[in-house]
Design a protein around this ligand. Structure first.
Ligand code: ADP
Ligand code: MG
Ligand code: ZN
Length: 471
């Protein structure tokens, strides 16, 4: 039987507001532990929350970017549970009346657009950060002691819940790349998984391909890159398929994915018991955004990444369009093309060479980049690479590099090629015996000999000619 993965994601996004969700403590990394706290975020009795207006506006903007309806009335609730990183004994979170509902995101794929439903996006406050010391890979099990840093406690968080509409690990990864780029472009979060400002839980089940049933799902946590999310999903899909095929039943459970070993570890069920006794937060009024505000936020949305991918795809291809857009490089590409570079070479230079050179794309002058792209075949490679690395420097001009002509004259290159062939008789024989992959080796040697000043295309032709001639 063929099995089809069914995946829904729950994503937490830490907003980069200046201050926390319900108090005026600063939000940010790097400050000394427990220096950014006050009676409100430490949960002292009698302290009262005051909502952060910007966090609410950003949540609505994000919801609109995800195609959501904005609730005319959303309500904060108390989610009660005990944990040392939650000093109030409850987390304030939107619950049955969230701010953003019923959205959808277009996911461009090679088989056309896929529509991924967004069930909800709601606003809540983050818990403090607990660090377990002395145990296995930072987990609580086996730890000697734990430390709590309350600086993170009370940071605004948006939780986004997708419908179970994703059908592969690869698709989940693409979705996350697109979502992340959207969040970054809205300017509401840095959305960096390594820093924990973007956190992803994946719900996974499998079903016979073609059926529309929803079988029991498991949840994966603790994956700190998109690649690990994809690998975790693949491991879980394989595990569930094996369970069903062996005649067993998948049991709902939460797993930690250990990227180092690729293994899944079930969490203790005790941590799962979730009777949160929600009730509406008596210290806060409902969120009732005026229609003018919602329309202003809607009008202020930039053209979204998915739409730009579709637009770029007409001139490039899907993969290149995705790389440019999710890398935040498509504006530079458009400006470079507008400045006279051909679309495909410009995309290749930007997505490969420029990114590899370490230059800051935002600081690159498109007109100078366009000149380089146009001259890429005649400028010596070394000069080209150096120019790319310097593109981001203030006042950069491509002209001095363009003045360097690559050596493509056969009379100059011929003797060098012959010398290289003579010095490598073994490789020459192997090439003539069918190992054509060695061509790159000879070209590389010639490039080295000419200190990168030769035109690679001319060298290629010449080497091929001479090898064929002597065969
Ligand atoms: P709960 O209320 O228990 O958190 P939800 O219905 O809110 O459950 O779903 C949580 C997440 O799990 C969502 O992202 C949803 O898409 C996903 N999900 C629900 N059912 C399935 C399933 N059978 N297979 C995979 N994912 C699922
Ligand atoms: Mg849930
Ligand atoms: Zn505070």
């Amino acid at each position: 039987m063929t099995w089809e993965p069914v995946i829904g994601l729950e994503i937490h996004v830490q907003l980069k507001t200046r201050t926390k969700m319900f108090c005026r403590c600063p939000v940010g990394f790097g400050a000394g532990e427990n220096t950014q706290t006050c009676p409100v975020c430490l949960g002292h009795p009698g302290a009262l929350p005051v909502p952060n207006g910007r966090a609410i506006e950003w949540t609505l903007a994000l919801g609109l970017a995800l195609g959501c309806e904005i609730a005319p009335r959303a309500v904060f609730a108390r989610k009660n549970y005990f944990y040392p990183d939650l000093p109030k004994g409850y987390q304030i979170s939107q619950y049955d009346l969230p701010s953003c509902v019923k959205g959808s995101v277009i996911l461009p794929t090679s088989e056309g657009d896929r529509v991924i439903g967004i069930v909800r996006a709601h606003l809540e406050e983050d818990a403090a950060k607990t660090t377990h010391r002395g145990g296995r890979s930072g987990r609580i099990g086996g730890a000697d002691y734990s430390l709590v840093d309350f600086n993170r406690g009370g940071t605004p968080l948006v939780e986004i819940v997708t419908a179970p509409d994703l059908r592969s690990a690869e698709e989940a990864k693409r979705f996350l790349q697109l979502l992340r780029q959207t969040i970054v472009e809205l300017g509401v979060s840095d959305a960096e998984m390594e820093k924990g400002t973007l956190r992803v839980d994946a719900n996974v089940s499998v079903r016979p391909a073609g059926s529309d049933e929803l079988r029991t799902r498991c949840e994966l946590k603790n994956m700190n890159s998109f690649t690990f999310v994809a690998r975790g999903i693949e491991a879980e899909v394989a595990r569930q398929v094996a369970v069903w095929e062996a005649g067993g039943e998948v049991v709902q459970e939460t797993y930690d994915f250990d990227a180092a070993t690729g293994s899944l570890t079930a969490r203790r069920a005790k941590e799962e018991a979730d009777d949160y006794r929600y009730f509406s937060e008596p210290d806060l009024v409902p969120v009732e955004p005026p229609a003018e505000l919602v329309e202003r936020l809607r009008a202020g949305l930039p053209e979204l990444p998915a739409a730009r991918i579709r637009r770029l795809e007409r001139e490039l291809d899907l993969d290149r369009a995705v790389v440019l857009v999710t890398g935040g490089l498509d504006r530079l590409w458009e400006q470079t093309v507008a400045a006279g570079a051909e679309p495909l070479p410009a995309a290749n230079v930007i997505a490969n060479a420029l990114v590899g050179s370490g230059a800051d794309p935002a600081a690159v002058p498109p007109a100078e980049l366009a000149k380089l792209v146009r001259a890429r075949d005649r400028v010596p490679r070394q000069a080209f690479d150096e120019a790319l690395a310097r593109l981001g420097e203030p006042g950069f001009s491509a002209d001095p590099y363009l003045a360097e002509e690559a050596v493509s004259d056969a009379s100059a290159l011929g003797p060098i090629v012959e010398r290289i062939l003579a010095a490598n008789p073994g490789q020459v024989a192997a090439y003539r015996g069918g190992k054509e992959g060695l061509l790159g080796f000879f070209v590389g040697q010639v490039m080295k000999e000419t200190q990168g000043k030769a035109n690679p295309r001319a060298v290629n032709e010449l080497v091929r000619e001479k090898l064929a001639a002597g065969a």
